[in-house]
Design a protein around this ligand. Structure first.
Ligand code: PEP
Ligand code: MN
Length: 295
């Protein structure tokens, strides 16, 4: 058991505070949440998380990390435990991947985000990661969502590809109810009849989530579209819809990636995206709004 996970004998029944009508996740129950990860404040300004789908080797993660840092990323991402559709596909480097990601984070000064797919891995992941990602396939994993709620690490909660806005918010409620208030939501596209894009990026859910909850909301245009040419326009659209930032996959050489090769941006494409997004954020802040320039 990790020092972050307190042992317990049985699942406690969590009751909402007496007299409470709002849920913990509701906008009315809390001022806007800002999740602090090192020096980065997620929920203020625009946070850009970038890095490869998977950590593949020391050279790959160090080179990619240096490139995204130079382009202005705030956090580094990289999967060590990969929830792949086929059991014969690359499953991630596991503990070795976590160590390499940590090393890349240390060398660039970027805090690191990585996915946890199994509560049994939480010990390791808490030791090496700054933010725990729950992926779309695991949003409905009840034991995992409860266990991360008992960790003292921020949680990046992706929306399940078949989940409604309400189910997504209630998943966040589980984490909050277990005592972890540092939850960041991430819209990554839902499955529809459309096949041209890998998923259908649901930007109305971003605006709706901003309306319904005090938690920060990010957009992942990479898994949301699966097409590099659509990532820049959907990043700009996500920010315009009120997102507090983006999660984007970048690989030093996308054609060589061991997972999600078709959707990764090159470092040069990412640098252009980051510059265009920062320019949009400045423009929106100059225009002003009731919330200091952002919808
Ligand atoms: C990922 O971020 O690499 C990932 C697997 O994302 P999702 O859970 O949204 O498919
Ligand atoms: Mn991926």
């Amino acid at each position: 058991m990790s020092p972050e996970v307190e042992p317990r004998e049985s699942t406690p029944v969590v009751t909402p505070p007496r007299g409470r009508t709002a849920r913990l996740v509701d906008r009315s129950s809390h001022p806007a949440t800002v999740v602090r990860v090192g020096d980065v404040a997620v929920g203020e300004g625009c946070c850009i998380i970038a890095g490869p789908c998977s950590v593949e080797s020391e050279a790959q993660i160090l080179e990619t990390a240096a490139a995204v840092k130079a382009a202005g990323a705030d956090l580094l991402r990289g999967g060590a435990f990969k929830p792949r559709t086929s059991p014969y596909d690359f499953q991630g480097l596991g503990l070795e991947g976590l160590k390499l990601l940590r090393q890349a984070g240390r060398e660039t000064g970027l805090p690191v985000v990585t996915e946890v797919v199994d509560p049994r891995d939480l010990t390791w992941v808490c030791e090496y990661a700054d933010v725990l990602q729950i992926g779309a396939r695991n949003m409905q994993n009840f034991s995992l969502r409860k266990e991360v709620g008992r960790c003292r690490k921020p949680v990046l909660l992706k929306r399940g590809m078949h989940s409604t806005l309400e189910e997504w918010l209630l998943c966040a409620e589980y984490v909050l109810a277990e005592g972890n208030g540092d939850v960041i939501l991430c819209e990554r596209g839902i499955r529809t009849f459309e096949r041209y894009t890998r998923n259908t990026l649901d930007l109305s859910a971003v605006a709706a989530a901003r309306e319904r909850t005090h938690l920060p909301v990010l957009v992942d245009p990479t898994h949301g579209t699966g097409r590099p040419s659509l990532i820049l326009p959907m990043s700009l659209a996500g920010i315009a819809a009120g997102a507090h930032g983006l999660l984007v996959e970048v690989h030093r050489r996308p054609e060589e990636a061991l997972s999600d090769a078709d959707q990764a941006l090159t470092p040069a494409q990412f640098a252009e995206l980051a510059a265009r997004v920062r320019a949009l954020v400045s423009y929106m802040e100059e225009q002003g709004s009731a919330e200091g320039g952002r919808p």
